[in-house]
Design a protein around this ligand. Structure first.
Ligand code: NAD
Length: 231
C-alpha cells in the first residue's frame, strides 16, 4: 500500500511499497516531477556526473530535497547510503516507472502547421517515443512524405495499430478533434495526446493528456499580474 510519509528519509525502509503495487493513486504532480527528475538526470549524465543526491537534484529543479525523497519513495527504494543515487541507475528506474524504458510507437493525426513541426522534431526518440505514422484527410497531403514518413489516409489507422502503433498525437482542428479521437480509440490506440483546444471524451481504457500553450500562457499572465512587489 502507498501511504503518505511524514518523514522523508533518503532510503525508505524495506517493504514500504512496491513499484506498480499501488493501492492509492500516485498524485499527478508526483508523476509530473518524475519526468523532471528524469530530464535532469539526463543533463547530469551528460555533464559526466555518476552520482547525485536529493539535495542536488532538488536544487536544480527548485524543489526541496525532502520533496525529491518523498516523490521517489512512492515507488520503492533508491539510492545508497553515503553515495546517494547513481544517475544512470535512477534514470533507468524512473524510465521503467514512467513506462518509457521501451520505445513507444506513435501516430500523428493532422499534418498541418503544428503536425509538420512535430514530425520534424527529432528529440522525441531520445525520450522513448517514435512517430511511426502520419495521417490526414486532405487529399493533397495523402501520399506525400514528410521526414521520410508517408502521410496516410485515416482508413489505414487500424493497420498502423496492428504494426505496433499505440499512441496518437492529435494536431487536428478543434472542430474535428472529438471525432478523430473516437476514430483512433476505435482503431485500438491506447493513449491520446491532444493539442486541439477541446476536452475529449473517450472510454476509460484510453488515456488522454492535453497540451495547450494558450492555457500555459494564461497561467503565466496570471502569475505575472499577481506577482508580489519585489523586495
Ligand atoms: P492546420 O489547419 O494547419 O492543420 C490541421 C490538419 O488537420 C490539416 O492538415 C487538416 O487537413 C487535418 N485534419 C482536419 N480534419 C481532420 C480529420 N478529421 N482527420 C484527420 N486530419 C484532419 O492547424 P494547426 O495550426 O496545425 O493546428 C492544429 C491544432 O493544434 C489546432 O486544433 C490548433 O488549435 C492546435 N494548436 C494547439 C497548440 C497548443 O499549444 N496546444 C498550439 C498551436 C495549435
Amino acid at each position: 500500500m502507498v501511504r503518505f510519509m511524514t518523514e522523508t528519509p533518503d532510503l525508505p525502509s524495506e517493504g514500504e511499497r512496491s513499484p506498480g503495487g499501488h493501492e492509492t493513486p500516485v498524485p499527478k504532480a508526483v508523476v509530473a516531477r518524475l519526468s523532471l527528475y528524469s530530464r535532469e538526470l539526463q543533463h547530469l549524465i551528460h555533464e559526466g556526473l555518476e552520482t547525485t543526491n536529493s539535495s542536488q537534484l532538488g536544487k536544480r529543479l527548485g524543489v526541496t530535497d525532502a520533496q525529491v525523497r518523498k516523490d521517489l519513495a512512492y515507488f520503492g527504494q533508491f539510492g545508497y547510503p553515503g553515495i546517494g543515487y547513481r544517475c544512470s541507475e535512477l534514470a533507468e528506474q524512473i524510465r521503467r516507472i514512467l513506462g518509457t524504458s521501451e520505445l513507444w510507437s506513435v501516430a500523428l493525426i493532422g499534418v498541418g502547421n503544428l503536425g509538420h513541426a512535430l514530425l520534424r522534431y527529432r528529440g522525441f526518440a531520445k525520450q522513448g517515443f517514435r512517430i511511426d505514422a502520419a495521417f490526414d484527410i486532405a487529399p493533397q497531403l495523402i501520399g506525400t512524405r514528410i521526414e521520410g514518413l508517408e502521410v496516410l489516409p485515416m482508413s489505414s489507422l487500424r493497420e498502423a495499430v496492428q504494426r505496433g502503433v499505440r499512441l496518437a498525437i492529435l494536431t487536428v482542428p478543434a472542430s474535428a478533434a472529438q471525432h478523430v479521437a473516437e476514430q483512433v480509440a476505435e482503431a485500438g490506440i491506447v493513449g491520446v495526446l491532444n493539442f486541439a483546444p477541446v476536452t475529449l471524451s473517450l472510454p476509460d481504457h484510453v488515456a488522454v493528456a492535453g497540451v495547450d500553450l494558450a492555457i500555459e500562457l494564461e497561467q503565466l499572465a496570471f502569475a505575472v499580474v499577481n506577482r508580489g512587489p519585489k523586495g
